[in-house]
Design a protein around this ligand. Sequence first.
Ligand code: NAI
Ligand SMILES: O=C(O)C1=N[C@H](C(=O)O)C[C@H](O)C1
Length: 265
Amino acid sequence: MTKEVIVNGALGKMGQEVVKLLNRTDGFKLVSAVDKVDIGEDIHKLLGVSAPVVEIESDLAEAISKTEPDAVVDFTTPQVVMENIETGLENGINMVIGTTGITEADIDKIEDWTEEAEAKVIIAPNFAVGAILMMKFSQMAAKYLDQAEIIELHHDQKLDAPSGTAIKTAELINEVQNATEKEVDEIEKIIGARGGEEGNINIHSVRLSGLVAHQEVLFGGVGQTLKIRHDSINRRSFMPGVKLALESLDEVDGVVYGLEKLMEF
Ligand SMILES: NC(=O)C1=CN([C@@H]2O[C@H](COP(=O)(O)OP(=O)(O)OC[C@H]3O[C@@H](n4cnc5c(N)ncnc54)[C@H](O)[C@@H]3O)[C@@H](O)[C@H]2O)C=CC1
Ligand SMILES: O=C(O)C1=N[C@H](C(=O)O)C[C@H](O)C1
């Protein structure tokens, strides 16, 4: 059965990739493209793809009521992601969330909303399979090398720091090293912070034009260091993971946090 999908943040760097993913993948249909940017033209003129003719909607709730989709994919901003999730769940719609800036306290709240809504939410700070492997390898290394720091490097338009991937990586390392439950105090939602400390892990954030998404996890041990690095060369790197999440919505319950939960190791 064809899954009908709304893309929220459709005109953004990631939203445009998801629109293209839906258009080239059998079994999925883009039914609405939501964004706050008013472009005054329809989506395929902007994206240059033979997208089915969908209007650009500016309001997610309205788009949901018009199309009654099977799922919403959200790649918007840290400032608005929680209200978007609440809107989708209030309407009983399953959601795939790529937007970052979601804290552990937010996840507790989303779990409550999901129970009431009987809908499912898959949240992944990073959908690139290589990035998931980087995190899993880092978790393995953390058993044997007790010191680690993270350097994450992104394009200069990224609004938040540290990245969601770096925070998730630090959480996985801290789990193994039984670190204190210290979250990044305040995930800076505008460029300004240059990192933070998550548990025992210091995170350093680089923002430069020309970069896409890159992370190095540096471990220190007796007389040695270990470096584990992942590079997203372009944003198509995230699309197999987004497709996996959309396909997995029927198989999961409640809230799934992290694409690794959908992968077999
Ligand atoms: N999970 C993953 O694998 C990845 C996650 N991200 C995250 O996704 C988010 C978006 O990243 P980009 O696409 O690079 O940003 P972007 O700034 O290019 O796109 C965001 C889009 O959302 C729109 N928007 C803002 N507020 C909105 C609202 N209330 N309703 C609907 N649309 C709204 C903006 O107009 C913009 O078009 C960020 O949080 C980023 O960290 C980015 C890449 C991969
Ligand atoms: O903003 C980005 O580009 C990315 N954001 C995500 C994050 O904050 O981890 C995922 C990826 O690093 C790209």
